[in-house]
Design a protein around this ligand. Structure first.
Ligand SMILES: [Zn+2]
Length: 444
């Protein structure tokens, strides 16, 4: 297979090279729900090889549920091109999480007291000191093949919320470096107490630095800017509108809710299971009433299955989340491309003057791709110049309008002869042309 030797693109940030990837190449949303992989029937090996052509990095989270075997780590190393990296999540037993007895190595499991062995979960404290030390040794040894192949990125120790800065827990952190002397160790705290008080914060950061432990923040809550904006205006918060379940769109909500207990949280009923704090699930045709304002719910699946947009008809405003961006559109993570295409057409059908508030400020990067499709579109060229000016002045390029996007955004222009010609699909079904453009952007 020729693809074996190509590695997914790296990103340059100033003098640094950043590797981007997904947490697990076997995630359900990649394997089953969407068409991210070229075939549904691929073997584990084929999937990993294909994944590595798209991304240079992945996280292995199966090692949290059961410790890896050395043989497995060797296969991971063999099946990926040079330069590929695996971040490995530490086994649950090693971060104080509940652990299935069955996942333990058999001989260590047999050392558990009988009344413990029958429990649903065991903890590190149930093992004798020697057995626990042996567990650390085996975990370390199993990762050797990855390390020796230069493919072990970091080992992630994600500590639970109840792992607070107490003496014995600080001792755990102190011991990490001796337990895995050769590996890059990353530490993530789920308890805010490690950093909340200045004294704790200084001590925590000093310890991490002394032991050369990498500090990891995931899904940093974005409630802060909301609080600041509210305070500036002297407002309180009554409603939150959620377009889809992705962490970067919902992670600030629990904190907002803690401060405003009566907060109404609107969001897609279809994804209620993935957005646990929804108070007002809505679906196609529903109206979200926020004070005297009314938003019609438009279902726009594609980026995610349950994605919705909010259309304030009277105010001529739409919040379109990650379905449509200025000069671009979201990735089709959870549906075939054609589904995302028909969702985009629903937004394109709104009146031209409708202001579109997109989920991300990606306009500048999108413009770089858009000109590869329509290099001679004068409206696109003018928009790219305008965007460069706005960004240089640190100003947003959003909102945009439906009319502006119809004139410049190649993803909405799959019916245009110039766009069809650009991808060599003259006269083809617009949905197919869109799919080709989206696939090219995925690789861009
Ligand atoms: Zn998203």
């Amino acid at each position: 297979m020729a693809v074996d030797h190509e590695l997914g693109a790296k990103v340059r940030l100033g003098d640094h090279v950043a590797l981007l990837g997904s947490c697990s190449w076997t995630d359900r949303t990649l394997v089953q729900d969407g068409d991210w992989y070229p075939k549904k029937t691929m073997s584990a090996e084929e999937r990993l090889r294909y994944y590595a052509t798209q991304f240079p990095l992945t996280e292995i989270d199966s090692t949290y549920y059961a410790p890896p075997a050395e043989q497995q780590a060797r296969l991971w190393a063999e099946r990926t091109p040079d330069g590929f990296r695996f971040d490995v999540k530490a086994y649950s037993l090693l971060t104080g999480h509940p652990t299935r007895p069955k996942s333990l190595w058999r001989d260590l499991r047999e050392q558990l007291p009988p009344e413990v062995a029958e429990k649903r979960n065991v903890y590190a404290s149930h093992l004798g000191a020697d057995a626990l030390e042996e567990a650390w040794r085996r975990f370390e040894r199993a990762l050797r093949p990855l390390h020796e192949a230069g493919k072990l990125g970091g080992v992630l120790f994600q500590y639970p919320p109840w792992f607070v800065p107490r003496r014995e827990n600080r001792a755990e952190i102190d011991a990490l470096r001796d337990r895995l002397p050769d590996y890059r160790i990353c530490v993530e705290f789920r308890s805010p107490m490690w950093l909340a008080e200045e004294r704790d914060r200084e001590r925590t950061l000093r310890t991490l630095e002394e032991h050369r432990l990498v500090f990891v923040c995931v899904d940093a809550p974005e409630a802060g800017p909301t609080f600041a904006a509210l305070a500036e205006r002297g407002w309180s918060l009554s409603d939150v509108l959620i377009t889809h379940h992705h962490a970067d769109h919902i992670q600030g909500v629990p904190e907002l809710k803690a401060k405003f207990p009566n907060l109404k949280v609107w969001g897609p009923a279809k994804d209620a299971a993935r957005i646990p704090f929804l108070t007002h699930p809505v679906a196609k045709g529903d109206t979200a009433r926020i004070g005297s304002l009314a938003a019609k719910v438009i279902e726009t699946p594609g980026h995610t299955l349950g994605h919705i947009a909010y259309y304030f008809e009277e105010d001529e405003i739409a919040f379109c989340g990650d379905t449509l961006f200025s000069l671009g559109c979201g990735r089709a993570f959870e549906t075939p491309y054609a589904v995302l295409w028909s969702s985009l057409m629903k937004l394109a059908a709104l009146p031209g003057q409708t202001q579109l508030y997109c989920g991300h400020e990606y306009t500048e990067a999108n413009g770089r791709f858009a000109v590869t499709i329509e290099p001679d579109n004068p409206i696109l060229k003018a928009r790219i110049e305008e965007v460069a000016r706005l960004r240089a002045a640190r100003r947003p390029t959003l909102p945009t309008t439906v009319a502006a996007e119809l004139a410049a955004n190649p993803f909405l222009r799959a019916e245009e002869p110039a766009v069809q010609a650009a991808v060599g699909m003259h006269g083809a079904d617009p949905a197919a042309v869109f799919a080709e453009i989206r696939a090219r952007k995925d690789r861009f």
